[in-house]
Design a protein around this ligand. Structure first.
Ligand code: KPL
Length: 325
């Protein structure tokens, strides 16, 4: 039995809502009372959220999924006060933008206890550290996902690329093997591939480097991921950016050479060549971007360690201040 609440009805939140809905609520062999809902920290949220998703990957054939899920507010979270075999485990998937994550967690905090697990899906690095500090006793996990999902102008989500979601503990409260196992078990069904990761930090740093290398260029050039490599902006800045990102990963304790980093970035560019990056989706929708938690974080981290950060700083400033060209 599981109660799963999703905070954030963006592309990733809706993809997971659809995936879990198929297995928790809709499955033909459904026998146990699972619950799946969105949770909102807005003052007066609507009581239902509708999701429309096109995916060739969840079932292996192209399918349109439509579902409607209830929305609760934090005070309606009913988290069991004590651990008991018969009580459902409660998992909150935090799928907000990185810059909303910390304030969302602060609104949830009074209603949480150690029997509720939080899984953080945020891009970049920054919000994770703030949340670890804000919730020392709550089991926290990070999810690093390479699923590609885009929202079209008509609001329909398209699951454009099949990926992998690695999930691992972020703090001591989540480190117990039974906590990790029950969290992973509640999320692991055919459709979206998940993998338990005993140490999730290298995956978070690697994803940060990939996002630093791809997202700002797509946002500045208004192009899909695959088109950045042939542009002057990328070609002029990549040699130095590659050095900065390599120094960042090295400082963070990852043993990855500059050649391996380049191969990894180019492979992601190739695998996601038709993708519209999350940052370009934000720019096109006139939303704030996550640049401050991506290249902004990298620039601050490099500066704090006395390392060169010119290109990350330049990209952060450009994406913050310019509109798409
Ligand atoms: O994670 C991504 C994003 O868009 O944020 C990449 C890897 C660049 C895929 O689009």
């Amino acid at each position: 039995m599981a109660v799963i609440s999703i905070l954030g009805a963006g592309a990733m939140g809706c993809l997971w809502a659809t995936h879990l809905h198929r297995h928790l609520l809709n499955a033909a062999d459904f026998t146990t009372p699972n619950t799946l809902q969105f949770i909102s920290t807005k003052p007066k949220p609507s009581r239902h959220i509708g999701v429309s998703l096109h995916s060739p990957f969840l079932t292996g054939r192209p399918e349109d999924f439509r579902l409607e899920l209830p929305v609760i507010i934090p005070s309606e979270l009913q988290i069991t006060p004590s651990k008991s075999e018969s009580k459902p485990i409660h998992i909150i998937l935090l799928c907000t933008k990185s810059y909303h994550a910390t304030e969302a967690v602060v609104s949830l905090k009074p209603y949480l206890n150690q029997h509720c697990y939080l899984v953080l899906f945020q891009n970049g690095l920054g919000s994770q550290h703030a949340i670890i500090e804000a919730l020392p006793d709550i089991p926290l996990f990070a999810a690093v996902s390479t699923e590609g999902v885009n929202r079209q102008a008509n609001g329909i989500l398209v699951h454009a690329g099949k990926g992998l979601t690695r999930i691992g503990p972020l703090n001591d409260a989540a480190m117990h093997p039974d906590v990790t196992e029950s969290c992973l078990k509640a999320l692991n069904f055919p459709g979206l591939k998940t993998q338990a990761c005993a140490d999730i930090w290298p995956a978070l740093w690697e994803k940060l480097a990939i996002n630093c290398a791809i997202n700002p260029f797509t946002a500045l050039l208004n192009c899909p991921n695959g088109a950045i490599k042939d542009t002057a902006l990328f070609q002029e800045n990549w040699p130095l950016l590659k050095r900065e990102l390599s120094a960042m990963l090295h400082q963070a304790g990852l043993s990855i050479s500059m050649q391996e980093l380049e191969a990894c970035v180019f492979q992601v560019i190739n695998n996601t060549r038709t993708n519209i990056s999350s940052m370009l989706q934000d720019k096109r929708a006139n939303r704030k971007t996550e640049i401050d938690d991506i290249n902004g974080f990298a620039a601050r981290y490099l500066a704090d360690h006395g390392l060169s950060n010119t290109v990350n700083q330049m990209l952060c400033a450009k994406v913050t201040h310019s509109s798409i060209i």
